[in-house]
Design a protein around this ligand. Sequence first.
Ligand code: GLA
Length: 338
Amino acid sequence: MTDQAPSLKEAYASRFRVGAAVNAATVHTHAHLLARHFSSVTPENEMKWERIHPAEDTYSFSAADQIVLFARDHGMFVRGHTLVWHNQTPSWVFLDSLGQPAPAKLVEARLEQHIAEVVGHYRGAALCWDVVNEAVIDQGDGWLRPSPWRQALGDDYIEMAFRLAHQADPGALLFYNDYNETKPDKRDRILRLLEHLLDRGVPVHGVGLQMHVSLDDPPIEEMEEAIERYRALGLRLHVTELDVSVYPWVHEPDRPQAPARPYDDELAERLAARYEALFALYLRHQDAIDNVTLWGVADDSTWRDDFPVKGRKDWPLLFDVHHRPKEAFWRVVRLAQN
Ligand code: GLA
């Protein structure tokens, strides 16, 4: 019945783009939903360092190129994701030819080459980039995560990455992207980082709010306060990785996780109410938000099935495992029509 459903992207066209994370498989298997309902795509993994630049002299663009071509054929915006991250980055980046920690100069030269190549390759096609992903710690003392980037280059690696990305494509919008971004402690650390970058004249244009949330957490008020604080910096906002797990988000890895449960009408209703409240929040801030991207297209292909508990089925998106619109989809569409 998908074809009869109103188009999500059209319902929100005057507000913000609605995007989805895709991969080399889902641009084929979910093409019908993508073409009808989404106006933006983010490659789920295909532009990450380990995929696109697996060895020092090897760039592997073909999987990401397929996604970019799909987007071009369907008139979709492309969010580049991501240039500098502590995950999914091969260890050779930080090692010399003897397998010892590489000197800062070498790591810096590699970063410079990587950003010039990757951002250069997609210049004019990827109109924005998540330049630095998840550099801030969740809790505890300090500010920045002790990542291999920071170990090699010091705290300035963040500024360096933004300046290099700007050089490689002066027209691209450059984002800092993070999770748990509305939790007050982490929010304040992210704000401090952004203020520091802005004070130094670093070309950072937006904040990526990942928004991997669950049914009740974080509360809308907490998210709204964070949005207000981020937008007060004068930055553009993108919701970059939205999904709503039906399981409570347990932060501490050693605490027990909720057992698998069936997806029933009660759950469908709670998910719908949560999505409605989230999109109502985004609409209240539509003058600052340009893009709301879901981290996946339909419930048959979602990272949540394996994270944080391997094999626990989750239903975090707007389309079900058979690609049919869920109650949450209808609520979100109706909200825009009111
Ligand atoms: C983070 C990253 C994404 C993705 C998700 C989990 O949020 O930014 O690229 O890896 O984790 O799938």
